[in-house]
Ligand binder design. Sequence first.
Ligand code: ADP
Ligand code: MG
Length: 664
Amino acid sequence: MTTFDLAGVTKTYPGAQPVEALRGVDLRIGPGEFLAVEGPSGSGKSTLLNILALLDAQTSGTYRLDGRDVASLGERERARLRGETFGFVFQGFHLMDHRTVVDNVELGMLYAGVPADERRLRALEALDRVGLSETAHRRASDLSGGQRQRVAIARALSVGSGTIVADEPTGNLDTATSESVLELLTDLHRTGTTVVLVTHSPEIAARAQRRLVVRDGLVVTDTGGVGAGAAEGVGTATTAVAGLDLLLAGPSPEATGPAGGEDRRRARHRVGFRTVVRDAAASVASRRGRTATLAASVAVGVALALTTVGLSASAQAQVSERFDARLNRAVTLTMPLAAAEAGLPVVVDGTAPGVPGEAVARLADLPGVDAAALVSRNGMMTVALPGEAASVPDAFLLGVGDGIDHAAELGVDWAGGTPGPLGDGEVLLGRAIADRLGLGPLSARPQVVLDGRSFVVRGIVDQGYRVTNVIQAVLVPVDVAAALRPAAEHEVYVFTATGAAQQVAAQAPLVLRPSTPEAFTIVAPPDPRGLRGEIENDVRTILLVLTGVAILASVVSLTSAMTMSVLERSREIGMRRAIGAQARHVSRLVMTEAALVGVVGGVAGAATGVAALLAITIARRWTPVLDLGHVPVAVAGGVVVGVLGGVAASLRARRIQPSEALRV
Ligand code: ADP
Ligand code: MG
């Protein structure tokens, strides 16, 4: 049992107008006393009680607890000593309304490191003691005021600390229920517990064995000295009342001697990981609505991130498919004929320079080749309308082989809509030449004149990004072009099967001119993997930035929601501190709750993300690319968001002062 010794204790609340709540209190309370502190409202009773119970520190004077000056104690030591020495009962009950009665009682022992089984056992025993066994598994908020205060008393006495401090415990109760609470306190005193009861009511104070009257921060009356109840109290503590043995057996450090006591205190004060998780889980589960709201802010971020990453994969596949379908299939081989004529070793096999027509046909039959066609560049010439109605002097003359529109990916507007090989007396005109000539509609079968010879216009070339100047050209069959002007260059255009471009580019020169493959300049797409990778990287970078923004938004909104939630729970947190939780225990609880919210949000977000991804890709007729490995990563991401979002709240929770939070 414990002795409390205050000498010259003052308390001044700082502020613009400092309040001298206590102005020099000398008080000694011995083991087993039943002391009532009475006085009008504002006289300093609660302040005195808070200092006595280590919830607040005095401004000056000394306070010795069992002879030890408490001013020398650090935060952890104070919390430990507070939890071990006192059981708390407040006017406002301070129960966790959403949790069960037995959970509330167990909370009293949580920070004393009592093992889970024993906590449950002792809690039920304490509930039995206050006559509430029946209600153990109901929600605390379902109970009446009197019952709630008895739960608070059960919580206070379950710890087995030798001292109960009660600040206006009947302040919120009617006369009849007040009576049952007072009887309980009297009973506790009878079994050896020290009781300090704060009340503004003289009738209630009259129930105590010793009365202390406080007025304006000073003790004006004290009816009894130290130790009045000590002898009797200690004697009966563990023996008199059957059933309370377990309750009163635990905490008294003197019982094991100073050294053993210290070790034991340490061991008892450890709060295990499982205990924290269970406590946090119960807390999260007890407030479904709030948890759902908090988890939703995590889920939004996780879902966005997952959708973005998933869409990125699907979009990449889409980009790559299109990429393969186009650029990746074009191979062009160029052979300058003028250079060959100038004596370069292009022709060593005795044949004429350039690409023979049948060689192109062989190339077109090669596996992996969809189409191949020859283009010769035969200088420039004048294109005129019949009767010199209009003329263009600088048209490029191109000779083209069959299937050039397919092989060189030309966009051709064919007369009558029917494509086909060019006949001897037929031309294709580049769009620019046709426009400059003011050519009439194709349906009128317009004609043009080249070197005095008439040709029928079979079509207009609108597009052709691969063939240089094709829009500025007049296209005729290769041999017709050769008859008009000598060819200066041969070009072979190849359109390959998807992914075959590299291989075709390697084989084509050998097929075209087996003896002099080196005579060609070859333009093939860059290694598709490289270029594709670059595009994919760009897409990925953009989407990763978006993901980061989504996650950040989640963390920010969770931070504010969690902080609000912690402030709303400041009484519960204050109560936990009173019961012996250290600041770090409180932050650990908040962080664990945040992580659990993160798990819930992560799972919900992953589900939403997958659903959104499927919906979007199906709507766009893409192939959804879903990496199932992303799902656990998303859930883990939820936990990270939860933990990050909980940091500010946990720092805020640490700063909650129990003496402030517990004022009604
Ligand atoms: P009682 O419990 O007897 O009603 P209190 O101990 O609560 O009295 O308060 C004593 C005086 O100190 C009152 O004037 C009260 O307004 C003032 N007081 C209490 N707490 C604070 C505080 N945190 N800051 C400033 N003044 C306070
Ligand atoms: Mg008060």
